[in-house]
Design a binder for this molecule. Structure first.
Ligand code: URP
Ligand code: ZN
Ligand code: ZN
Ligand code: ZN
Length: 475
């Protein structure tokens, strides 16, 4: 007896769209084909007119993560609830690594923190320094199921920047242990020199923020990370890419056959630096790298279409208005004195990633729904080493499925979203195409606008990356 059969839906993969029925048993997809061949089921869901996508995987978020004096509005349980409403059935976060932290210990601690999640979770290992003792732990954390390492090329003030020497040493170990290195690419010298000089010149308004970290600040760092990885012969993923020049610096290496992968995020596809013009609310849009122009966003859509952008992530950092403004001073009239250096970096977006890609991508004719599947799920699972357990609707895979109604229109507002924020940068945006049901390992966790999952239901994703993903052709 099956637990669940989903009939009449259209099953989406990167390779095509199939009108087929799906049977689920013991948390896995047990069979696909015509309903008459699938046997009895305890429950049947009629998905006529709906698309079935493999559950969205979010491999980029920052929850319960102390950063720039803030911690964020969500914990891993509330984040998993918000995620589920956005069709997300697995997510990954980073260890809280500081100088002197053992990587193995950081993984152990993160596992404990993430265990309250209602959906499956994976862990990336943040590395901020590379003494022998830390380098020796890279093989160990890969064996523990965490073969993805995160390096920040900036945030020296915050104590998390990896310098070039650290990058080379970590890249070598990553290559040895078949790990993927994830790079936050911004040139720290440009960013921090600008902070110093802009401060002296009194140029600290919201509109000055993107000028302090211009396109070149990002593009230079992408180029450097890519060249170091070409030298070592390891695989890199450039996260949260915002502009055409940075993308070109990565895709040039892709054309040469190097394992260089690129992530972008909905905020860079959808929002623009015009948000910084709002004197009242501009601070809410401060994130790194900064939001760019609408023209740059179109270059990112091109990158999604031509395959140079491999995956999307949310980079979700849900900071409340209180947290975003907690270090700002006020003048005698109680008005906030703008100072972008005092605003924690990050914007929320785990729940809105799929709707935005469906609406701005599919409904507006920029990309196919198959492409959405690829960049929200299949490629993410492949890149991070959990395919085909995740990332595809196929017999034997986890029954992680999101039902999508391409005709459903929703006006985004804090009220329709489920994180702990009372604002959304997308407020007022009408999206066409929305997830209407989320199934995680065979259990319906979102249905009729209600959350039916359970705290602690998520399991740790023990990942191992296919060597084909990390292999450099000439090394
Ligand atoms: O502004 C951002 N993106 N904050 C989160 C940390 C990071 O750089 O990803
Ligand atoms: Zn980053
Ligand atoms: Zn080159
Ligand atoms: Zn991030």
């Amino acid at each position: 007896m099956n637990d669940l059969v989903i009939t009449n839906g259209m099953v989406v993969s990167p390779y095509g769209t199939l009108r087929t029925d799906v049977a689920i048993k013991d948390g896995k997809i047990s069979a696909m084909g015509d309903r008459s061949q699938l046997g009895e089921a305890k429950r049947t869901i009629d998905a006529a007119g709906k698309y079935l996508l493999p559950g969205v995987i979010d491999a980029h978020m920052h929850i319960e993560a102390p950063f720039q004096g803030c911690i964020g509005a969500n914990d891993f349980y509330t984040q998993s609830v918000a995620a589920a409403f956005g069709g997300v059935t697995s997510f990954m976060d980073f260890t809280n690594t500081f100088k002197g932290t053992s990587l193995v210990e950081a993984v152990r601690q993160r596992k404990e923190e993430m265990s309250k999640s209602a959906i499956d979770y994976g862990i990336h290992v943040k590395i901020v320094e590379a003494p022998e003792s830390i380098l020796d732990e890279i093989g160990k954390v890969a064996e523990l199921g965490c073969p993805s390492l995160k390096l920040f090329m900036t945030y020296k003030k915050e104590g998390v920047m990896a310098d070039d020497e650290t990058m080379v040493k970590v890249f070598q170990k990553a290559k040895e242990h078949n790990a993927l290195t994830m790079i936050h690419a911004e040139n720290n010298a440009i960013a921090e020199t600008n902070i110093e000089q802009f401060s002296r010149q009194g140029k600290l308004g919201w509109t000055d923020f993107p000028l302090s970290k211009p396109v070149l600040c990002e593009a230079e760092a992408v180029s450097r990370a890519v060249h170091l990885s070409k030298y070592v012969g390891n695989a890199v993923l450039i996260v949260h890419t915002t502009n055409g020049e940075a993308l070109e610096n990565a895709s040039r290496a892709q054309r040469e056959g190097h394992p260089v992968y690129v992530e972008t995020c909905p905020q860079y596809l959808m929002l623009s630096d015009e948000l910084y013009n709002d004197p009242e609310l501009g601070y809410l849009a401060i994130c790194s790298p900064p939001l760019r122009t609408a023209e740059e966003a179109e270059k990112l859509w091109d990158g999604i279409r031509n395959g140079s952008i491999t995956v999307t992530g949310s980079d979700d950092c849900a900071y409340s208005k209180e947290e975003k403004s907690m270090f700002l001073q006020k003048d005698a009239d109680d008005a906030v004195i703008p100072d972008f250096t005092k605003v924690v970096n990050g914007v929320a977006g785990i729940e809105t990633r799929l709707p935005i890609l469906l609406s701005e991508g599919v409904s507006k004719g920029r990309i196919s729904i198959n492409k959405v599947c690829e960049i929200t799920s299949t490629n993410v699972a492949k890149l991070f080493g959990c395919f085909p357990q995740k990332g595809i609707i196929a017999p034997g895979s986890d029954a992680d499925i999101v039902l999508v109604d391409m005709d459903k229109e929703v006006t985004i507002s804090p009220e329709v979203l489920h994180n702990n924020l009372d604002y959304s940068l997308y407020e007022g945006l009408v999206v066409k195409g929305y997830p209407v049901m989320t199934i995680a390992k065979g259990k319906v966790i979102v249905e009729d606008g209600m959350f039916r999952g359970s705290r602690g239901d998520g399991q740790f994703l023990h990942r191992s990356i296919d060597p084909a993903i990390t292999a450099a052709y000439n090394k």
